[in-house]
Design a protein around this ligand. Sequence first.
Ligand SMILES: [Zn+2]
Length: 239
Amino acid sequence: MSEESRYSRQILLPQIGEQGQKRLAESTAAVIGCGGLGAPVLTSLALAGVGKLRLIDHDRIGLSNLNRQFLYEESELDKEKCERAADFLRRRNSGIVLETVCERLTEENAGRLLSGVDVIVDCVDRVETRRHAGRAARRLSVPLVEGGVHGFYGFVLSVLPGKSACLECVTAQEAEERGPVPAVGAVAGVIGSLQAVECMKILLGLPHVLYGRMLQYDGLYGEFTEVPVHVRPDCICQS
Ligand SMILES: [Zn+2]
């Protein structure tokens, strides 16, 4: 099987073509969190031929992950997520490079873990980790694709550091949720897929990235809403 036939359906697109495919192959994406959002993001980017993926997750596979985290099998309970996720992806595309970082992203290590990438995809549900990811993306001047889910609701927002609003411009005082966040697998699939599309647009240099536009999805109403978000002058991203 040649690489040409693997990607031929997307190379047909004028927005991708041979040039775009080469660009994807030369790109590196960091994905923080290999869970409900990470699964569709990683799978989409790996299958599309993004040349290098850095998987960051400190967690181990639990039974309650399996309603949405399709990278994992029942036989893999308690194993390290990033290693199992890399194995899942490797068996589907052996032509890309997979780096695994089985650590929790913290304020101290964020700069190191996220350096040298072209785009960062935030697929975590901890407010604290989001903050570290957002602030590191700003310091490194790397575009960031935020995504989150809560039950039947989800959102996507892309951030161009120094130019467009960050998540903290919008959710300055957001408190950490207590206990597990409710999650519907299909909704995580919707949001993670949207994040992967944003990521591809950023890597391909295409217009209309969701910078300054938060796309919200309400699965219960079957409704997408676009909310403009503006840089907050006293946000940390402006200091
Ligand atoms: Zn901000």
